[in-house]
Design a protein around this ligand. Structure first.
Ligand SMILES: [Zn+2]
Length: 284
């Protein structure tokens, strides 16, 4: 169940940054009468999928420092943009706990942190062009990022601290385990698909099956990647659909859907919040 996220709205608690090596910097900034405020960002996974050996294990929130000019440099960096690592570098820079590798975060956790960083930097108001699903008119809308619903992890992993969940396929009755994708997984899938397309042409686009094959960890205890891929390519459509729906429904994340009322036709519709360039460069 989605619940109203209260963490973003109570973002007034400011504590000074306490990072090793950051102390001197803080002292200098104190002289200027300014300390970079620290806030918390929620982890929809509640840290239940991260190994006990990591600092993310069992954590419901992580500390982030507010965006400064340094983070604006990251957003403007052509090198990061070219490598597709802008988001990762931004999160890395804002996380207070430097032992966290942002690529290891579940996509949903990463998403929630990103929105929290945006709020600390520029506030919760997000002004963007949105298209009305009823009449197709595009107009500027103001959204409140602090009201986006947080969907926490509600299913139990097969073992605490492991990103693996059980599901029984309805048609073949096979017992499978699956995982929620991390940033690293997502990047790997994208790169593999691009290589495939280059090799075999556009018709080789198999985003759905390759994603699903990647998410399945085991089928009846079998973990061999080639066997899993073969199974996924030949499984009944109803099994594939049921598993995908189950994963989507339970993926812990910050939901980017919100209600908009159209200025042209007055219709009220649920829309996916578009994340454009101005997410981090608000309109003046
Ligand atoms: Zn409309």
């Amino acid at each position: 169940m989605a619940r109203k996220n209260e963490i973003f709205s109570s973002s007034s608690q400011k504590t000074p940054v306490d990072v090793p090596g950051g102390i001197m910097k803080q002292d200098v900034m104190k002289e200027f009468g300014w300390e970079v405020p620290v806030d918390v960002a929620p982890l929809p996974s509640q840290g239940r999928v991260y190994p006990a050996s990591t600092s993310l294990h069992g954590k419901e929130v992580v500390s982030i420092k507010a965006m400064t000019a340094k983070e604006e440099d990251i957003l403007l960096s052509r090198a990061y943009s070219k490598q597709g690592t802008t988001v990762i570098e931004l999160i890395k820079s804002c996380l207070v706990d430097k032992s966290i590798d942002p690529s290891d975060l579940l996509l949903g956790d990463r998403h929630a942190i990103l929105v929290a960083i945006r709020i600390t930097g520029y506030g919760a108001e997000y002004c963007v062009d949105a298209t009305c699903p009823a009449c197709n008119t595009t107009s500027e809308h103001n959204f409140d990022l602090s009201t986006l619903p947080l969907r926490n992890l509600e299913i139990e992993p097969v073992k605490q601290g492991i990103n693996e969940f059980a599901f029984t396929l309805p048609v073949t009755k096979k017992n499978v385990t699956f995982k929620f994708l991390t940033g690293k997984d997502d990047l790997e899938i994208t790169q593999t698909n691009e290589r495939r397309k280059k090799l075999l042409g556009e018709q080789a686009d198999n985003v759905v099956t390759s994603r699903l094959a990647y998410q399945i960890v085991s089928i009846e205890g079998v973990t061999d990647r080639n066997k899993i891929t073969t199974f996924v390519n030949n499984m009944p459509a109803r099994d594939s659909r049921a598993l995908r729906l189950y994963i989507d429904k339970h993926e812990p994340t910050l939901e980017m859907t919100t209600t908009m009322i159209c200025n042209a036709c007055g219709a009220s519709s649920e829309v996916a919040l578009p994340i454009g360039m101005n997410f981090f460069w608000p309109r003046e």
